[in-house]
Design a protein. Structure first.
Length: 273
């Protein structure tokens, strides 16, 4: 599903605002004050938003555009302090690369994946796209190796370096629904601690099938040994029996259960036929 993003429409400052800001610049450069710098920051803030949203459009949903804007503001501050009026360059032209650079530096600091991994990944993906555009089919490892011009060992090394573990936000939208509440990643994750109702019913039925026809003591031996995972000695203490007696009863129970299950398997085969 394609992601939709809002684009900032930076309004062009009015001629009056441009005239006022031109008067602020020379005064600020001669004797900078915090008040004048704030005026300049407020005037050029739309440039930060514009550049932040352009970069944000190419990033995953997990990246917050507000974080990019915060980094861009520092770039704008540096640009204001370093701007030279004598060069005859428009400030908008001068500050844009500094804003983008500050945002990109922030992204690099947030990125836990080393640059080598990003570079290796880019190599493989670029080669893959070239091959698939030409052939129209999925590129194989042999084709990628030939396209990159490396031997098998070097190709495996590149693949290992590119095989970084991805990180996703559990709050990221999984898919949209007709209701107001969207389904998130965390809503579709399997809970391994949760009991499967079908497995629980099957386990209960199997326990009833196995223990059917056994005495109370025999049933306890089966349940305690196979379901509670107690030892023969512990079961003997529980039932006030010797360990050898419990072992003897256990062997007898297994022999009877084996015969019963063999008999039932014949019945089941007959019914299925």
């Amino acid at each position: 599903m394609a992601r939709t993003r809002t684009r900032s429409l930076t309004r062009k400052p009015s001629p009056e605002a441009e005239a006022r800001i031109k008067e602020v610049w020379p005064v600020y450069k001669k004797k900078p004050t915090e008040e004048m710098r704030n005026q300049l920051m407020e005037h050029y803030l739309p440039l930060v938003k514009y550049n932040a949203e352009r970069i944000h459009a190419k990033l995953p949903d997990e990246v917050d555009v507000e974080d990019l804007m915060s980094a861009g503001i520092f770039g704008l501050m540096d640009a204001i302090d370093a701007f030279d009026l004598e060069r005859g360059v428009k400030f908008e032209t001068y500050c844009a690369p500094r804003i983008r650079g500050a945002i990109l530096d922030e992204l690099r600091s947030m990125d836990w994946v080393p640059r080598l991994v990003r570079s290796r990944t880019s190599q493989i993906e670029t080669a893959r796209k070239r091959l698939e555009m030409v052939s129209g089919e999925k590129a194989t490892d042999d084709q990628l190796r030939e396209e990159l011009g490396v031997d098998k060992d070097e190709y495996e090394k590149i693949r290992r370096d590119a095989g970084a573990v991805g990180v996703v936000s559990l709050s990221r939208k999984w898919f949209e629904t007709d209701s107001n509440k969207d389904v998130r990643e965390i809503d579709v994750l399997k809970d391994k601690k949760q009991t499967n109702p079908l497995s629980a019913v099957q386990k209960r039925d199997l326990k009833e099938l196995i223990t059917k026809g056994l005495t109370r003591a025999e049933r306890l031996i089966v349940v305690l040994y196979y379901y509670e995972e107690m030892t023969m000695k512990e079961i003997g203490v529980t039932l006030d029996l010797s360990e050898s007696r419990v072992s003897q009863m256990h062997s007898s129970i297994l022999a009877r259960l084996k015969a019963q299950l063999q008999h039932r398997s014949v019945e089941l085969q007959t019914e299925s036929a």
